[in-house]
Design a protein around this ligand. Structure first.
Ligand SMILES: Cc1ncc(COP(=O)(O)O)c(C=O)c1O
Length: 396
């Protein structure tokens, strides 16, 4: 594997994964993390203001009173870690992230359980993916202790913002970007890490509904050697035109095909995909393998484990557009679903495309195994089922 090694960057966490170790091994707690100084907002939102937001939070429209912010420089490494008012900003118009896109992010949620405790789901996995994304974008990795320490500090401080409605949660958005004000095309020598939080509503307020998908024949999301497996800003900028094409064609989401042969299914807009072959106790699940061009989803990894726990065969493999279409026509493929942090598990009911036809998956409804896995995962995340894999991380 060819690696870009920044002379000052410690990319050891990313290298552990790149060398073929398990996707999400236990991460050593990193002692290089600075302590977080608390300087909270002195005029936080009132209970009444928050209640108004909770009545219709949507996604990512409202933010809590504070953020956690830290700075990296060559001389001092990660320092100046502070919990401050959300109004504070960093960098100017010439900063690297705006011009050259040296910017990565993560997404995870904090849930309030019936016992009053507040938990996140597999934050170590997000920390490790963040470190891998940083490696690819030539950014310094945020130590796991700073990543999780920021989550703990912000959620504790802004705990009143974690909704009590079990269908709602507090979405956590870690962001890291080149904040040096200079136009040279090179890794930024000043980097900012920010954690912000936003209360979010149920993804399906009217109950789970299958989505329709548009196969993107023209636009490609990621090519081998590119940034497909990194959660970087540019991947999302380049996806927007294909998502717009999906919407124009009355589809909810775009599905990406591989860049070389233009036939293998990779993933959906912001979710990984699973295909169910057969039914009942003989059902078998297949998800596209991680070739470097798709995002290694935390939910995808959890679904593979849960499906096996429930006694199903679940494997990583390949599936072409033709196999998907013909498998649905013959009845061999009985269900298709997508999975990710935002919507957990979403059934796919219908496929449309410019060049490969249009078809329904089974009767176009929500598949039985899809809904069973969805319930199993949601029950763990919300504390209704036993967390046998130790995926929950208690904050409060
Ligand atoms: C492109 C893409 N694929 C897959 C996923 C699902 O990943 P996760 O399950 O970690 O949310 C996401 C969301 O983060 C995404 O943006």
């Amino acid at each position: 594997m060819s690696t870009y090694v920044h002379h000052d960057l410690d990319v050891s966490a990313a290298k552990v994964v790149a060398s073929g170790a398990p996707l999400y091994p236990a991460v050593d707690r990193d002692s290089a993390a600075p302590a977080i100084t608390l300087k909270p907002n002195t005029s936080p939102a009132s209970q009444a203001e928050r209640e108004k937001i909770f009545a219709d939070p949507g996604f990512g429209r409202f933010f809590t009173d504070n953020v956690v912010r830290a700075v990296w420089t060559k001389a001092d490494g990660w320092h100046q870690a502070e919990l401050v008012s959300g109004a504070a900003s960093a960098g100017g118009l010439s900063m690297n992230a705006l011009h050259y896109g040296q910017s990565i992010f993560e997404g995870l949620k904090a849930y309030r359980h019936a016992d009053g405790g507040i938990y996140t789901f597999r934050p170590e996995a997000n920390a490790l993916r963040f470190q891998r994304s940083a490696h690819r974008l030539a950014l310094p990795p945020v130590p796991t202790d700073l990543f999780i320490g920021a989550i703990e500090a912000l959620v504790r401080q802004d705990q009143a913002w974690v909704p009590t409605d079990p269908d709602q949660s507090l979405y956590l958005r870690p962001l890291e970007f080149g904040s040096e004000d200079a136009l040279g095309v090179r890794p930024s020598t000043h980097v900012t890490y920010v954690l912000m939080a936003s209360p979010v509503g149920a993804y399906f307020p009217q109950g789970v509904k299958p989505v329709s998908v548009w196969l993107s024949d023209e636009y490609v999301r990621a090519a081998p050697g590119g940034t497909g497996e990194a959660k970087c800003a540019g991947n999302y900028a380049s996806s927007l035109i294909a998502q717009a094409e999906a919407t124009e064609n009355n589809c909810d989401q775009v599905v990406w095909i591989d860049a070389i042969e233009r036939k293998y299914i990779e993933e959906m807009g912001g979710m990984n995909m699973f295909f169910v072959y057969g039914s009942g106790s003989d059902a078998r699940l297949v998800t596209p393998k991680l070739t470097g061009t798709l995002l290694p989803g935390v939910t995808r990894d959890s679904v593979l484990t849960l499906a096996r726990d429930l006694g199903y065969q679940a494997e990583e493999g390949t599936i072409t557009v033709e196999q998907w279409r013909d498998g649905c026509a013959s009845g061999e493929i009985t269900e298709t679903f997508a999975c990710g942090t935002a919507a957990v598990i979403t059934p796919v009911g219908r496929v449309d495309s410019k060049n490969s036809g249009a078809w329904n998956i089974a009767d176009g409804g929500s598949g039985e195994l899809t809904m069973k896995l969805r319930a199993a995962l949601v029950d763990i995340q919300t504390g209704k089922a036993t967390d046998t894999h130790n995926w929950l991380h208690r904050i409060l």
